[in-house]
Design a protein around this ligand. Structure first.
Ligand code: PLP
Length: 355
Protein backbone atom coordinates (compact mmCIF):
# COMPACT_ATOMS: atom_id res chain seq x y z
CA UNK A 1 0.00 0.00 0.00
CA UNK A 2 2.78 2.40 0.94
CA UNK A 3 4.28 2.16 -2.51
CA UNK A 4 1.04 3.53 -3.98
CA UNK A 5 1.88 6.75 -2.21
CA UNK A 6 5.14 6.99 -4.12
CA UNK A 7 4.93 9.16 -7.22
CA UNK A 8 7.41 7.02 -9.08
CA UNK A 9 5.31 3.92 -8.44
CA UNK A 10 2.29 5.81 -9.76
CA UNK A 11 4.13 6.77 -12.95
CA UNK A 12 5.54 3.27 -13.47
CA UNK A 13 2.09 1.70 -13.03
CA UNK A 14 0.00 3.91 -15.27
CA UNK A 15 -2.87 2.37 -17.20
CA UNK A 16 -1.92 2.51 -20.86
CA UNK A 17 -3.92 -0.24 -22.63
CA UNK A 18 -7.59 -1.12 -23.09
CA UNK A 19 -6.97 -4.50 -21.43
CA UNK A 20 -5.63 -2.90 -18.25
CA UNK A 21 -8.54 -0.47 -18.27
CA UNK A 22 -11.07 -3.30 -18.62
CA UNK A 23 -9.86 -4.67 -15.29
CA UNK A 24 -10.93 -1.45 -13.57
CA UNK A 25 -14.14 -0.43 -15.31
CA UNK A 26 -16.89 -2.06 -17.32
CA UNK A 27 -16.08 -1.94 -21.05
CA UNK A 28 -17.92 -3.64 -23.88
CA UNK A 29 -15.86 -5.36 -26.63
CA UNK A 30 -16.92 -2.55 -28.98
CA UNK A 31 -15.72 0.09 -26.53
CA UNK A 32 -12.42 -1.74 -26.15
CA UNK A 33 -11.93 -1.90 -29.90
CA UNK A 34 -12.69 1.81 -30.15
CA UNK A 35 -10.12 2.68 -27.52
CA UNK A 36 -7.46 0.61 -29.25
CA UNK A 37 -8.12 2.36 -32.55
CA UNK A 38 -8.05 5.85 -31.04
CA UNK A 39 -4.83 5.05 -29.20
CA UNK A 40 -3.07 5.06 -32.56
CA UNK A 41 -3.67 8.83 -32.67
CA UNK A 42 -2.87 9.94 -29.13
CA UNK A 43 -1.55 7.87 -26.26
CA UNK A 44 -3.36 7.01 -23.06
CA UNK A 45 -1.75 6.98 -19.63
CA UNK A 46 -3.75 7.24 -16.41
CA UNK A 47 -2.17 7.20 -12.96
CA UNK A 48 -3.67 4.54 -10.66
CA UNK A 49 -4.55 7.37 -8.28
CA UNK A 50 -6.60 9.28 -10.88
CA UNK A 51 -8.08 6.04 -12.25
CA UNK A 52 -9.38 5.25 -8.77
CA UNK A 53 -11.71 8.24 -9.15
CA UNK A 54 -13.40 6.73 -12.23
CA UNK A 55 -16.98 5.45 -12.05
CA UNK A 56 -16.94 1.76 -13.03
CA UNK A 57 -20.37 1.78 -14.61
CA UNK A 58 -20.89 5.26 -16.00
CA UNK A 59 -19.25 6.02 -19.38
CA UNK A 60 -20.18 9.70 -18.86
CA UNK A 61 -18.14 9.93 -15.66
CA UNK A 62 -16.17 13.22 -15.94
CA UNK A 63 -12.95 11.48 -14.91
CA UNK A 64 -13.39 8.80 -17.58
CA UNK A 65 -14.26 11.32 -20.28
CA UNK A 66 -11.05 13.25 -19.63
CA UNK A 67 -8.83 10.17 -19.86
CA UNK A 68 -10.35 7.44 -22.02
CA UNK A 69 -9.96 7.69 -25.80
CA UNK A 70 -13.19 8.04 -27.74
CA UNK A 71 -14.05 7.22 -31.36
CA UNK A 72 -14.95 10.91 -31.72
CA UNK A 73 -11.25 11.78 -31.60
CA UNK A 74 -10.89 10.32 -35.07
CA UNK A 75 -13.20 13.00 -36.48
CA UNK A 76 -11.60 16.09 -37.94
CA UNK A 77 -13.99 18.94 -37.11
CA UNK A 78 -14.77 21.69 -39.62
CA UNK A 79 -12.69 24.29 -37.75
CA UNK A 80 -9.91 22.06 -36.42
CA UNK A 81 -6.33 23.25 -36.84
CA UNK A 82 -3.08 21.28 -36.63
CA UNK A 83 -1.29 24.02 -34.72
CA UNK A 84 -4.26 25.86 -33.18
CA UNK A 85 -2.21 28.36 -31.19
CA UNK A 86 0.43 29.00 -33.82
CA UNK A 87 3.07 27.65 -31.47
CA UNK A 88 5.19 26.34 -34.30
CA UNK A 89 5.23 29.69 -36.08
CA UNK A 90 5.84 31.91 -33.02
CA UNK A 91 8.97 30.13 -31.95
CA UNK A 92 11.85 32.58 -31.61
CA UNK A 93 14.11 29.91 -30.05
CA UNK A 94 13.79 26.16 -29.50
CA UNK A 95 11.02 25.34 -26.99
CA UNK A 96 10.15 29.02 -26.55
CA UNK A 97 6.76 30.48 -27.50
CA UNK A 98 6.47 34.24 -27.25
CA UNK A 99 3.20 35.88 -27.98
CA UNK A 100 3.37 38.90 -25.67
CA UNK A 101 6.28 41.32 -25.31
CA UNK A 102 6.76 40.77 -21.58
CA UNK A 103 6.05 37.03 -21.21
CA UNK A 104 7.51 33.86 -22.68
CA UNK A 105 6.51 30.24 -22.54
CA UNK A 106 9.33 27.72 -22.07
CA UNK A 107 8.37 24.12 -22.87
CA UNK A 108 10.67 21.83 -20.90
CA UNK A 109 9.18 18.38 -21.46
CA UNK A 110 6.51 16.78 -23.61
CA UNK A 111 5.64 14.17 -20.96
CA UNK A 112 2.74 14.40 -18.53
CA UNK A 113 1.66 12.39 -15.50
CA UNK A 114 -1.52 11.51 -17.42
CA UNK A 115 -2.76 12.48 -20.87
CA UNK A 116 -5.91 14.58 -21.11
CA UNK A 117 -8.07 13.71 -24.10
CA UNK A 118 -8.69 17.45 -24.60
CA UNK A 119 -4.97 18.28 -24.78
CA UNK A 120 -4.21 21.42 -26.78
CA UNK A 121 -0.70 20.23 -27.59
CA UNK A 122 -1.76 16.69 -28.50
CA UNK A 123 0.18 17.22 -31.72
CA UNK A 124 3.44 16.99 -29.77
CA UNK A 125 2.68 15.99 -26.20
CA UNK A 126 3.32 12.38 -25.21
CA UNK A 127 5.89 11.86 -27.94
CA UNK A 128 9.01 9.97 -26.97
CA UNK A 129 11.51 12.74 -27.60
CA UNK A 130 10.48 14.15 -24.29
CA UNK A 131 12.67 16.42 -22.21
CA UNK A 132 14.42 19.51 -23.47
CA UNK A 133 18.01 18.81 -24.46
CA UNK A 134 20.93 20.73 -23.01
CA UNK A 135 21.50 22.43 -26.35
CA UNK A 136 17.84 23.43 -26.74
CA UNK A 137 17.85 24.79 -23.20
CA UNK A 138 21.05 26.73 -23.81
CA UNK A 139 19.54 28.39 -26.89
CA UNK A 140 16.22 29.10 -25.14
CA UNK A 141 17.99 30.71 -22.16
CA UNK A 142 20.23 32.70 -24.48
CA UNK A 143 17.12 34.10 -26.19
CA UNK A 144 15.47 35.06 -22.89
CA UNK A 145 18.78 36.57 -21.76
CA UNK A 146 19.08 38.86 -24.76
CA UNK A 147 15.40 39.90 -24.59
CA UNK A 148 15.16 42.28 -21.62
CA UNK A 149 11.43 42.90 -22.15
CA UNK A 150 10.68 39.41 -20.85
CA UNK A 151 9.92 39.66 -17.17
CA UNK A 152 7.67 36.64 -16.75
CA UNK A 153 8.70 33.12 -17.82
CA UNK A 154 6.13 30.36 -17.88
CA UNK A 155 7.70 26.94 -17.53
CA UNK A 156 5.33 24.39 -19.02
CA UNK A 157 5.20 21.40 -21.36
CA UNK A 158 4.09 18.64 -20.89
CA UNK A 159 4.29 18.77 -17.16
CA UNK A 160 7.47 20.13 -15.51
CA UNK A 161 6.61 18.54 -12.16
CA UNK A 162 7.13 15.00 -13.43
CA UNK A 163 10.79 15.77 -13.95
CA UNK A 164 13.29 14.79 -11.27
CA UNK A 165 13.65 17.61 -8.75
CA UNK A 166 17.32 18.28 -9.55
CA UNK A 167 16.71 18.33 -13.32
CA UNK A 168 13.89 20.84 -12.85
CA UNK A 169 16.00 22.84 -10.42
CA UNK A 170 18.72 23.21 -13.02
CA UNK A 171 16.23 24.88 -15.37
CA UNK A 172 14.57 27.06 -12.74
CA UNK A 173 17.94 28.19 -11.35
CA UNK A 174 19.12 29.14 -14.85
CA UNK A 175 15.96 31.17 -15.52
CA UNK A 176 16.21 32.80 -12.09
CA UNK A 177 19.79 33.84 -12.87
CA UNK A 178 18.54 36.08 -15.70
CA UNK A 179 18.36 39.52 -14.07
CA UNK A 180 15.30 40.88 -15.91
CA UNK A 181 13.12 37.83 -15.22
CA UNK A 182 10.93 38.87 -12.30
CA UNK A 183 8.36 36.11 -12.07
CA UNK A 184 8.67 32.40 -12.84
CA UNK A 185 5.41 30.55 -13.39
CA UNK A 186 4.96 26.81 -13.66
CA UNK A 187 2.04 25.17 -15.45
CA UNK A 188 1.20 21.71 -14.09
CA UNK A 189 -1.61 19.21 -13.73
CA UNK A 190 0.36 17.13 -11.23
CA UNK A 191 -1.72 18.21 -8.19
CA UNK A 192 -4.73 16.65 -9.96
CA UNK A 193 -3.12 13.58 -11.52
CA UNK A 194 -0.22 12.76 -9.22
CA UNK A 195 -0.71 14.71 -5.98
CA UNK A 196 1.90 12.67 -4.06
CA UNK A 197 4.57 14.28 -6.27
CA UNK A 198 4.10 17.57 -4.41
CA UNK A 199 6.51 16.53 -1.69
CA UNK A 200 8.83 18.38 0.63
CA UNK A 201 11.81 17.86 -1.67
CA UNK A 202 9.95 19.70 -4.45
CA UNK A 203 8.52 22.55 -2.36
CA UNK A 204 11.86 23.09 -0.58
CA UNK A 205 13.53 23.40 -3.95
CA UNK A 206 10.89 25.73 -5.41
CA UNK A 207 10.89 28.17 -2.55
CA UNK A 208 14.57 28.94 -3.07
CA UNK A 209 13.63 30.67 -6.33
CA UNK A 210 10.78 32.99 -5.35
CA UNK A 211 8.74 34.64 -6.72
CA UNK A 212 7.37 31.36 -8.12
CA UNK A 213 3.72 31.08 -9.13
CA UNK A 214 1.97 27.86 -10.10
CA UNK A 215 -1.06 27.35 -12.29
CA UNK A 216 -2.80 24.02 -12.12
CA UNK A 217 -5.72 22.48 -14.02
CA UNK A 218 -8.79 21.18 -12.17
CA UNK A 219 -11.86 20.66 -14.36
CA UNK A 220 -14.42 19.01 -12.11
CA UNK A 221 -15.34 18.93 -8.39
CA UNK A 222 -14.77 15.14 -8.39
CA UNK A 223 -11.06 16.00 -8.66
CA UNK A 224 -11.13 17.92 -5.37
CA UNK A 225 -9.96 14.95 -3.32
CA UNK A 226 -8.21 15.33 0.06
CA UNK A 227 -4.95 14.29 -1.66
CA UNK A 228 -5.24 16.84 -4.48
CA UNK A 229 -6.24 19.66 -2.13
CA UNK A 230 -3.38 18.79 0.21
CA UNK A 231 -0.98 19.02 -2.74
CA UNK A 232 -2.23 22.54 -3.50
CA UNK A 233 -1.98 23.55 0.14
CA UNK A 234 1.62 22.35 0.33
CA UNK A 235 2.48 24.65 -2.57
CA UNK A 236 0.64 27.57 -0.99
CA UNK A 237 2.32 26.88 2.35
CA UNK A 238 5.66 27.17 0.55
CA UNK A 239 4.66 30.72 -0.34
CA UNK A 240 3.61 29.90 -3.89
CA UNK A 241 0.39 31.52 -5.11
CA UNK A 242 -1.58 28.77 -6.87
CA UNK A 243 -4.01 29.57 -9.67
CA UNK A 244 -6.27 27.25 -11.62
CA UNK A 245 -7.01 27.04 -15.33
CA UNK A 246 -10.14 25.10 -16.21
CA UNK A 247 -11.06 24.07 -19.74
CA UNK A 248 -14.77 24.33 -20.53
CA UNK A 249 -15.65 20.82 -21.72
CA UNK A 250 -18.97 19.68 -23.13
CA UNK A 251 -20.61 16.98 -21.06
CA UNK A 252 -17.98 17.35 -18.32
CA UNK A 253 -18.24 20.81 -16.78
CA UNK A 254 -20.36 23.00 -19.11
CA UNK A 255 -22.73 23.74 -16.28
CA UNK A 256 -22.74 26.69 -13.87
CA UNK A 257 -23.64 24.50 -10.87
CA UNK A 258 -20.67 22.16 -11.44
CA UNK A 259 -18.24 25.03 -11.99
CA UNK A 260 -19.52 26.91 -8.97
CA UNK A 261 -18.83 23.88 -6.79
CA UNK A 262 -15.38 23.52 -8.34
CA UNK A 263 -14.37 27.17 -7.96
CA UNK A 264 -15.67 27.51 -4.40
CA UNK A 265 -13.90 24.26 -3.47
CA UNK A 266 -10.63 25.61 -4.87
CA UNK A 267 -10.94 28.96 -3.09
CA UNK A 268 -11.62 27.17 0.17
CA UNK A 269 -8.18 25.61 -0.19
CA UNK A 270 -6.48 28.85 -1.25
CA UNK A 271 -6.40 28.18 -4.98
CA UNK A 272 -7.53 31.10 -7.13
CA UNK A 273 -9.59 30.33 -10.26
CA UNK A 274 -7.64 32.19 -12.95
CA UNK A 275 -8.88 31.26 -16.43
CA UNK A 276 -11.83 29.33 -17.79
CA UNK A 277 -10.71 28.44 -21.30
CA UNK A 278 -12.84 27.85 -24.33
CA UNK A 279 -11.63 24.49 -25.71
CA UNK A 280 -8.97 25.07 -28.39
CA UNK A 281 -9.32 24.10 -32.04
CA UNK A 282 -6.90 21.16 -31.86
CA UNK A 283 -7.69 18.29 -34.22
CA UNK A 284 -9.94 15.57 -32.79
CA UNK A 285 -11.44 17.38 -29.81
CA UNK A 286 -14.40 19.14 -31.41
CA UNK A 287 -16.78 16.91 -29.42
CA UNK A 288 -15.59 18.73 -26.27
CA UNK A 289 -16.29 22.21 -27.60
CA UNK A 290 -19.08 24.24 -26.01
CA UNK A 291 -20.83 27.13 -27.78
CA UNK A 292 -19.21 30.45 -26.78
CA UNK A 293 -22.67 31.80 -25.95
CA UNK A 294 -23.05 29.07 -23.34
CA UNK A 295 -19.70 29.99 -21.79
CA UNK A 296 -20.83 33.61 -21.51
CA UNK A 297 -24.10 32.52 -19.92
CA UNK A 298 -22.20 30.41 -17.38
CA UNK A 299 -19.98 33.41 -16.56
CA UNK A 300 -23.07 35.56 -16.04
CA UNK A 301 -24.54 33.01 -13.70
CA UNK A 302 -21.28 32.69 -11.70
CA UNK A 303 -20.73 36.44 -11.49
CA UNK A 304 -24.16 36.98 -10.05
CA UNK A 305 -23.90 34.31 -7.39
CA UNK A 306 -20.34 34.03 -5.99
CA UNK A 307 -17.49 36.26 -4.90
CA UNK A 308 -15.25 37.85 -7.51
CA UNK A 309 -12.20 35.89 -6.39
CA UNK A 310 -14.00 32.60 -7.12
CA UNK A 311 -14.79 33.64 -10.69
CA UNK A 312 -12.07 33.12 -13.31
CA UNK A 313 -11.75 35.06 -16.55
CA UNK A 314 -13.40 33.34 -19.50
CA UNK A 315 -10.86 33.30 -22.31
CA UNK A 316 -10.35 32.17 -25.84
CA UNK A 317 -6.77 31.53 -26.92
CA UNK A 318 -6.99 32.87 -30.46
CA UNK A 319 -5.89 30.73 -33.39
CA UNK A 320 -2.54 31.29 -35.09
CA UNK A 321 -1.00 33.02 -32.13
CA UNK A 322 -3.39 35.95 -31.62
CA UNK A 323 -3.07 35.61 -27.85
CA UNK A 324 -5.84 35.38 -25.31
CA UNK A 325 -8.99 37.43 -25.33
CA UNK A 326 -11.40 37.49 -22.41
CA UNK A 327 -15.16 37.43 -22.84
CA UNK A 328 -17.98 38.13 -20.46
CA UNK A 329 -21.59 39.05 -20.15
CA UNK A 330 -22.23 42.61 -21.20
CA UNK A 331 -23.53 44.58 -18.21
CA UNK A 332 -23.54 47.86 -20.16
CA UNK A 333 -27.06 48.21 -21.52
CA UNK A 334 -26.38 51.54 -23.21
CA UNK A 335 -23.90 54.38 -23.08
CA UNK A 336 -23.41 57.81 -24.53
CA UNK A 337 -21.24 60.84 -23.72
CA UNK A 338 -23.23 61.64 -20.61
CA UNK A 339 -24.47 58.46 -19.11
CA UNK A 340 -24.30 54.68 -18.94
CA UNK A 341 -27.14 52.34 -18.16
CA UNK A 342 -25.79 49.38 -16.26
CA UNK A 343 -27.39 46.10 -15.33
CA UNK A 344 -26.60 44.71 -11.86
CA UNK A 345 -26.33 41.05 -10.89
CA UNK A 346 -30.09 40.82 -10.30
CA UNK A 347 -30.90 42.26 -13.73
CA UNK A 348 -31.98 45.64 -12.34
CA UNK A 349 -30.98 48.73 -14.33
CA UNK A 350 -29.00 51.67 -12.94
CA UNK A 351 -27.89 54.95 -14.47
CA UNK A 352 -24.34 56.13 -13.93
CA UNK A 353 -22.59 59.30 -15.13
CA UNK A 354 -20.11 58.69 -17.94
CA UNK A 355 -17.53 61.04 -16.50
C1 PLP B 1 -1.23 32.09 -21.87
C2 PLP B 1 0.08 32.49 -22.33
C3 PLP B 1 0.85 33.40 -21.58
C4 PLP B 1 0.39 33.96 -20.25
O1 PLP B 1 -0.72 34.75 -20.34
P1 PLP B 1 -1.30 35.41 -19.01
O2 PLP B 1 -2.56 36.05 -19.47
O3 PLP B 1 -0.28 36.36 -18.52
O4 PLP B 1 -1.52 34.30 -18.04
C5 PLP B 1 2.07 33.77 -22.07
N1 PLP B 1 2.54 33.28 -23.23
C6 PLP B 1 1.83 32.43 -23.97
C7 PLP B 1 2.40 31.94 -25.25
C8 PLP B 1 0.59 31.98 -23.54
O5 PLP B 1 -0.10 31.11 -24.27
Amino acid sequence: MAEKNSWKWQLANRITTADELAKLIKLSPAEKADIEKSLELFRMAITPYYASLMDKDDPHCPIRMQMIPSALERIRGEFDLDDPLGEVKYNPAPNVVRRYPDRALLLVTMQCAAYCRHCTRRRVVGSTDCTITREQLRQALEYIHKTPEIRDVLISGGDPFIMETDALEEIIAAVRAIPHVEVIRIGTRVPVMLPMRIDKELTDMLKKYHPIWVNTHFNHPKELTPEALKACEKLVDAGIPVGNQTVLLKGINDDAKILKKLFLGLVKHRVRPYYLFQCDLSVGISHFRTPVEKGIEIMHSLTSSISGYAVPKYAIDLPVGGGKVTLGYNYVVSKDDKELVLENYLGKLYRYPAR
